[in-house]
Design a protein around this ligand. Structure first.
Ligand SMILES: [Zn+2]
Length: 175
């Protein structure tokens, strides 16, 4: 949890795409140890299907986009989903050079689970995340605590929220 919260503070919160209302597929916005595991999983998939590959249609997701998805009925979560912390990704296959959902979904899901990752139900079949659903609230609390500790350390109001003064301070410290 600690490294996820630190990554959020140092990298995601100060990124210019933090509030972007469009899908982002930049893999550098994923926690490195999560990305490493995804790469291992993709390699295993490619051993079975040498003519296919797997990439990620969405990595980081802002809360404004998350809320848009919620309003559209595309997501059950209003804010602070696991994509927001750089520890979730939505897989998509590449077959004959084209992005498609028609790969071996069940095999890919099995590979994710075998490698310690968490998948959701078939209603979100190609979503994969680092931590179990039962630990999500604990993560949100850890991030809030991390932000509070940073605010306290920097002598700015301790809100636990990603407000403008906190982002400005974090940018000056971490970038
Ligand atoms: Zn997802």
């Amino acid at each position: 949890m600690e490294d996820i919260a630190q990554f959020f503070l140092e990298k995601l919160m100060i990124d210019e795409r933090y509030g972007i209302a469009k899908p982002v597929d930049d893999q550098t916005l994923l926690l490195p140890r999560f990305l490493n595991t995804l790469e291992v999983c993709v390699d295993i998939y490619k051993q079975k299907y040498p003519n296919q590959s797997v990439t990620f249609a969405e990595t980081y997701r802002s809360n404004s986009l998350q809320y848009k998805y919620f309003q559209q009925g595309a997501s059950k979560i209003k804010a602070d989903g696991m994509h927001h912390y750089g520890i979730a990704a939505d897989s998509i296959f590449i077959i004959n050079g084209k992005r498609t959902y028609k790969g071996d979904v069940m095999l890919l899901r099995k590979i994710y689970v075998d490698n310690g990752l968490t998948i959701l139900g078939m209603w979100d079949a190609l979503h994969v995340q680092l931590i179990p659903v039962g630990q999500q609230m604990q993560l949100r609390n850890a991030v809030s605590s991390k932000i509070k500790a940073f605010q306290n350390q920097q002598g700015i109001p301790v809100t636990g929220l990603v407000d403008d003064i906190t982002v400005a301070k974090a940018r000056s410290v971490f970038s």
